[in-house]
Design a binder for this molecule. Structure first.
Ligand code: NAP
Length: 377
């Protein structure tokens, strides 16, 4: 009788123990369904005030036992952060990831290293160059000028027809590959055969691995395409994943269907189209926001750069309007990738870290929002 009681008690304890384990896993990996009520948002909140936060159980360093891992997790992050700060965050891998991994914690921009720690565990520069509409020699010259000016983040896409040129410029540069962060994108017409599309991007870029791949737009087969990118992450071909042109509703529908939380969402953001409702939502998921058309996009830059409020603030700081807009983005926690083929503009767009907009100036620019999209998506 005593023996049976002991067995019953042991069984009961095992059930409770395994329920607790499941609960821990799901609070780490579960993708939130409701803005502000997500479990991962809770985790982020708990760690909000620490630059370098504790790890979730789903992140482990190779070769470590569970016990070693939990005892040293704090140290691993600290050491990695320091190492990455020294290398300007060009893509060092702080820790291995497992399953539906997410490195929880603060996505606050580090204005000293000019980087942000992604939920994939990699650091990414917070300013870069966009290459939309740059092709051939113009593209090569622009990327080279950018690298020479200290830019380490380059945004390209299958749709821009310049992945080969971007890859060549990266390979020809004296800057070590590891210090450069290249983003490319799969277009919806590639979603039906994402494996081939990923291989094509790797071959065209020819830079060993892709730092980050985004889905360019929502579209038929986007979940399958994303899952194929997840497989490429597991195979070491891609390091981080993201989405472009996904807003609140699209994210709520998409996230529960995938395993790896995107590290980044790239959307249209400029003073006339600010996405003030979308940005905090994306941030609350521990996802970094990157803005396209930061200067309004070609055809619109003159009116944006000539805006009276922006020009006034620029004059007060002895800066250009472009620099004020880019700095406003950074202070809002939005990564900038202005496009330019002018080496002077490219250089100017890097000089964003020796002045700061006041709260009042930020508010004045926030007040310029007109909900005015400069493209259809
Ligand atoms: N995911 C998406 O769907 C999507 C959509 C659009 C764009 N994007 C990405 O976002 C990037 C940025 O967008 P974008 O390049 O189209 O537009 P943008 O950065 O808003 O504007 C580019 C225009 O600004 C001018 N410019 C750049 N720096 C300047 C400066 N300091 N002073 C004055 N003018 C300056 C450029 O002219 P100069 O050449 O003369 O400097 C160019 O005409 C793209 O290149 C692309 O990588 C993504």
């Amino acid at each position: 009788m005593k023996q049976r009681y002991k067995l019953l008690l042991a069984g009961l304890l095992m059930v409770i123990f395994s329920a607790c384990e499941k609960r821990t896993e799901s609070s780490v990996d579960k993708v939130p369904e409701q803005y502000g009520q997500s479990e991962s948002a809770e985790i982020t909140e708990q760690t909000e005030n620490t630059e370098i936060t504790g790890q979730t159980e789903s992140v482990k360093t190779t070769g470590q036992t569970e016990q070693e891992h939990s005892a040293t997790s704090e140290t691993i992050q600290t050491e990695t952060q320091t190492e990455n700060n020294l290398t300007n965050g060009g893509g060092q891998r702080p820790q291995m990831q497992e399953g539906g991994h997410t490195v929880t914690g603060d996505r606050t921009f580090n204005f000293e290293t000019k980087t942000v720690l992604l939920n994939s565990g990699y650091e990414m520069p917070i300013y870069g160059i966009g290459t939309y509409s740059l092709t051939g020699d113009t593209c090569a010259a622009s990327v080279t000028a950018a690298l020479n000016s200290g830019v380490r983040l380059i945004d390209t896409a299958h749709m821009y027809h310049n992945e080969e040129i971007v890859g060549e410029a990266v390979r020809n540069s004296a800057v070590p590959r590891e210090e450069i962060f290249v983003i490319t994108k799969l277009y919806p017409n590639q979603f039906s055969d994402p494996e081939t599309a990923i291989e094509e991007a790797l071959a065209k870029l020819d830079i060993d691995y892709i730092d980050m791949m985004l889905l360019h737009h929502p579209g038929e087969g986007d979940v399958e395409a994303y899952l194929a990118m997840e497989k490429a992450v597991a195979d070491g071909k891609i390091r981080s994943l993201g989405l472009s042109n996904w807003y609140v509703e699209e994210l709520e529908e998409f996230l529960p269907q995938i395993n790896i939380t995107p590290a980044l969402v790239q959307n249209e953001i400029h003073p006339y189209y600010q996405e003030n409702d979308v940005i905090p939502y994306i941030h609350s998921l521990g996802i970094v926001v990157q803005g396209w058309y930061p200067l309004g996009g070609r055809g619109y830059t003159a009116q944006l750069l000539g805006n009276e409020v922006i020009s006034e603030i620029a004059a007060a700081h002895g800066r250009s309007s472009a620099q004020v807009i880019l700095r406003w983005n950074l202070q809002k926690g939005v990564v900038v990738i202005p496009g330019s083929s002018n080496p002077n503009h490219i250089q100017e767009n890097t000089e964003l870290f020796d002045f700061e907009l006041t709260e009042e100036e930020m508010e004045r620019i926030n007040a310029l929002d007109r909900g005015e999209k400069h493209d259809w998506y």
